[in-house]
Design a binder for this molecule. Structure first.
Ligand code: NAG
Ligand code: NAG
Ligand code: NAG
Length: 276
């Protein structure tokens, strides 16, 4: 009898410990329950006028599988983040759903996502199922943050059309890979320190060192970073990548600088991609 009670005690303790271990394990597979709808007339692409300020990238990236977010927009920090979204009706919805990139802000009827119609369709098992889901308009969904993946792209700077060299620089960052957020951006003036030696008839350049003077930029809205009176000369743009809980942060310094004669509307390859 005593043994029986004792065993019961150990068994409960064991089960309790198991439960603790499970909840404290990492949550990469945890889905949150929510609702999603779609932008009308967006069969192929999303919107190029999204709140993130991405322009055409916001419509076409990820094959047009993009979305507006409400609270996940996070005042623009959520721009460029990727989510796996799946609807829950097993008769019509595929297991994996679709992976979307946030390029806009918006909510409708208690939704977390307003998907492009293209992305909304892709949650369905078949074309017929997609027609059925479209007719419903709003769906129960589950979502989880996932890493964005751009295997053939570097991080890219698109100079906003509102810019004017040399008075005002505004740009967005395209192809932000991985699962972190860009939480701060620095603009650094690049200048050189030269070491000379003098011989009787000439100056000999011994060495040339790149130096940087940096300032933090403002996020004007969405994914748009701005600077009034940016420094002249080549500019180095540095980005701080943070976990959502800001436990892990890392500054990334791209090898390529913006040229001194940067132009509104131009696209510049940073020469780097991240994998965290
Ligand atoms: C949709 O995106 C494609 C590129 O992915 C582009 O060629 C096309 O013009 C876009 N369509 C619209 C209506 O914006
Ligand atoms: C130039 O200076 C930098 C730092 O002062 C040093 O690391 C580098 O080796 C020098 N290069 C040459 C060619 O002397
Ligand atoms: C990315 O940057 C690297 C290093 O600068 C370069 O070699 C490569 O061609 C770039 N890739 C793309 C897709 O632009």
């Amino acid at each position: 009898m005593a043994l029986h009670i004792l065993c019961g005690f150990f068994l409960t303790t064991f089960v309790f410990m198991q439960t603790l271990a499970d909840t404290s394990s990492s949550c990469t597979d945890c889905f949150v329950n929510s609702r999603a709808t779609y932008y009308p007339h967006s069969e192929q692409n999303g919107t190029a006028n999204g709140a993130c300020g991405f322009g055409s990238f916001g419509a076409m990236v990820n094959g047009g599988d993009v979305s507006a977010a409400s609270s996940l927009y996070r005042n623009g920090v959520g721009c460029g983040a990727c989510y796996q979204v799946r609807c829950t009706d097993g008769g019509y919805c595929s297991d994996n759903g679709v992976t979307v990139v946030i390029t806009d802000e918006g909510s409708s009827d208690n939704t977390d996502f307003i998907l492009s119609e293209h992305a909304f369709d892709r949650m369905a098992q078949t074309t017929d199922a997609a027609a059925y889901l479209l007719a419903l308009g709003v769906l129960h969904i589950q979502y989880t943050r996932v890493a964005c993946n751009y295997p053939h792209e570097n991080i890219t700077f698109k100079i906003d059309e509102s810019s004017s060299n040399p008075n005002y620089l505004a740009f967005v960052i395209w192809y932000q890979q991985g699962i972190r957020d860009i939480t701060a951006v620095q603009l650094c003036e690049v200048y050189y320190i030269y070491t000379h030696t003098f011989s009787c008839f000439q100056i000999i350049l011994l060495n040339q060192t790149e130096n940087f003077e940096c300032k933090l930029l403002d996020r004007s809205h969405g994914a748009v970073w701005t600077s009034t009176s940016p420094p002249s000369g080549p500019l180095s743009i540095r980005m701080l990548f943070s976990d959502e809980d800001e436990q892990n942060e890392e500054w990334v310094v791209p090898p390529n600088n913006l040229p001194a004669d940067w132009k509104p509307g131009q696209i510049y390859n940073s020469g780097i991609q991240v994998n965290f």
